[in-house]
Design a protein around this ligand. Structure first.
Ligand code: PMP
Length: 363
């Protein structure tokens, strides 16, 4: 079978080397004669796996010692409510910055749980010459006492990424679901980072939470025990049975990323991949992208065909060429190529070749 390049936004492709290793180990993990799915999460082999996974993630992201690393249930959206329930007890207030679909969804969840009276929001996307541009607000000028400010540095649906660190007088809570470990960030700037796993980490359902120690002193609302950060810390993310296979695969992805030079090294490749694809879009009037250069997502490249009636043909011919899952999110339409860590440079080169040929044929 010739190569298939999977541009799905999530669940996304995982590194081929990791998938092969998982396949080899599926029926006999660690010489135990059974799968990792079939052993106790409290056994010494699985505990060793969790320790290694945490150590590797700490090394990859340079996570300071005053941060806890949690492996939790519920994907990205699970954290939308967990953040509110863990930090907004006793009438706490929070600010939500809105830059696209996912930050809007996080805001809606927060409003549902504690009501508009406790949640403020600011739209941070403006149109500059018809293109979406993020304008970061001057948070220091806002006279309010927020427990945290929430934002989404990479909007998976809209293809908008915020590369500048937010300057905030309040702890920053960031949804890094679709950008975690794609480039280096300074973890010490954040009160809490969360990410659904199904892009740069592993299978869906799992979420990673990186939380600064002092955040856990904020008053919480009554909530489900399995989403309680304090309980998760106390029980090493094992208050109940964790998603063990997802945790195992995440551990393998961390080991793989370390083996190829870590985040700094993958960041260079990610930059190259995105540049190649945006250069193709910009060079060709047949394609367009609606985001200013400074906020174009490196992970999720959205683009439209100048003639929408060719969308179907584009997707069909791309699939025939082994380039799958390029359809844009149903809310925004058009196309989207997700270029997460596991996508090799060759996949993007194949896409660019296809796009140039398709445009030449139809333009
Ligand atoms: N936040 C972002 C930025 C996402 O991209 C997604 C999923 N695509 C989510 C949250 C929601 O994740 P989940 O489906 O795991 O709840």
């Amino acid at each position: 079978m010739s190569a298939i390049y999977n541009f799905c936004a999530g669940p996304a492709m995982l590194p081929a080397a990791v998938m092969k290793k998982a396949q080899q180990e599926l029926l006999d993990w660690n010489g135990l004669g059974v799968s990792v799915m079939e052993v106790s999460h409290r056994g010494k082999e699985f505990i060793a796996l969790t320790k290694q996974a945490e150590a590797d993630l700490r090394e990859l992201m340079h996570i300071p010692q005053n941060y806890h690393v949690l492996f939790m249930h519920g994907g990205g959206r699970g954290q939308f409510s967990a953040v509110v329930n863990n930090f907004l007890g006793n009438q706490g207030r929070a600010l939500y910055l809105v830059s696209g679909q996912w930050s809007s969804a996080a805001l809606a969840e927060a409003q549902k749980l504690v009501g508009d009276a406790q949640i403020d929001s600011l739209n941070i996307v403006e149109k500059h010459n018809g293109l979406n541009a993020v304008v970061l607000p001057e948070l220091h000028k806002i006279d309010a006492d927020y427990r945290y400010v929430h934002y989404c540095p990479n909007e998976t649906v809209d293809g908008i990424e915020i590369f500048d660190e937010l300057d905030s007088p309040w702890p920053i809570v960031a949804d890094l679901s679709s950008t975690i470990m794609s480039r280096e960030i300074d973890v010490s700037c954040y009160g809490l980072i969360y990410a659904g796993a199904q892009k740069n980490i592993g299978p869906s359902g799992l979420s990673i939470v990186i939380v600064r120690d002092d955040m856990l002193k904020l008053p919480s609302l009554p909530q489900s025990s399995i989403m309680d950060y304090r309980l998760a810390v106390e029980h090493d993310s094992m208050f109940n049975t964790p998603p063990t296979f997802a945790w195992y695969l995440a551990a393998e992805v961390f080991a793989w990323l370390k083996s190829i030079g870590g985040v700094a090294s993958i960041a260079k490749i990610n930059q190259q991949k995105a540049q190649m694809l945006y250069a193709c879009i910009d060079a060709n009037p047949f394609y367009k992208n609606g985001v200013v250069a400074a906020n174009r997502s490196q992970m999720n490249v959205t683009f439209q065909l100048a003639d929408e009636s060719l969308d179907g043909a584009f997707l069909k011919e791309a699939e025939a060429a082994g380039l799958v899952a390029l359809k844009g999110h149903r809310i925004v339409g058009g196309m989207r190529a997700s270029l997460y860590n596991a996508m090799p440079l060759e996949g993007v080169a194949a896409l660019v070749t296809f796009m140039n040929e398709f445009a030449a044929k139809h333009y």
